[in-house]
Design a protein around this ligand. Sequence first.
Ligand code: ADP
Ligand code: MG
Length: 221
Amino acid sequence: MRKPPRGAGLFITFEGIDFCGKTTQARILASYLKGKGYNPLLIREPGGDRISEKIRKILLSEKNANMTPLTELLLYEASRAQLTQKVILPALQEGRSIICDRYYDSTLAYQSYGRGLDKRIIRWLNQIATYGLSPDLTILIDVPVEVSWKRREKEKRKKDRLEKEKIEFHRKIRQGYLKISRQNQKRMKVVDGTEDIDKTWQRVKRVVDSYLIKSYSLVKE
Ligand SMILES: Nc1ncnc2c1ncn2[C@@H]1O[C@H](COP(=O)(O)OP(=O)(O)O)[C@@H](O)[C@H]1O
Ligand SMILES: [Mg+2]
């Protein structure tokens, strides 16, 4: 598939299991980049566009617990196609930078490593829904499931039982993410997310700074 035209904007995505710290770090990065003179657009997946947000509601509604894995996959891809064509590509073409909280790696991690759908189908649908677009840099915030669960309980102020089945599901996703990162070492950087917000930010910052230095030196050459 032909790569869509790109402006000079950066496209950075955050990945990782729920409660690993993606949204927190994405916000800090947005204000860091603002300070460096970028004008980053912070968006989330699924969502980021009126129609995509409607699809998000369908996906996250507890009433839709009997949604099949395939329906779920197609809705995530539908939301992504809308967001990519209506928001991400136009912004990049204008030279704006984008920070996206989850993108297509989430689908491979959850729908394939988690739900067991065929990876080839997911890769193909990811290609279609993104128009072949890939992030410049993906930061995988890695934490053990137990750490994410403690944060979830703290935020929701209730003890939620982490049953064996739930642990296994989230462990599979974490392992899936680590595997994806090993297969995409150039684009995807793993950051240990087990320490506090500031220490984790220092790690994220190091990764972003080193990406910026490398891409600037490439431009100069
Ligand atoms: N490094 C961290 N240490 C402790 N708590 C954190 C850390 N990062 C985020 N949190 C808290 O954990 C919860 C989930 O963080 P969030 O950024 O929303 O995760 P995600 O977007 O990956 O689900 C929030 O209450 C947040 O304040
Ligand atoms: Mg979040």
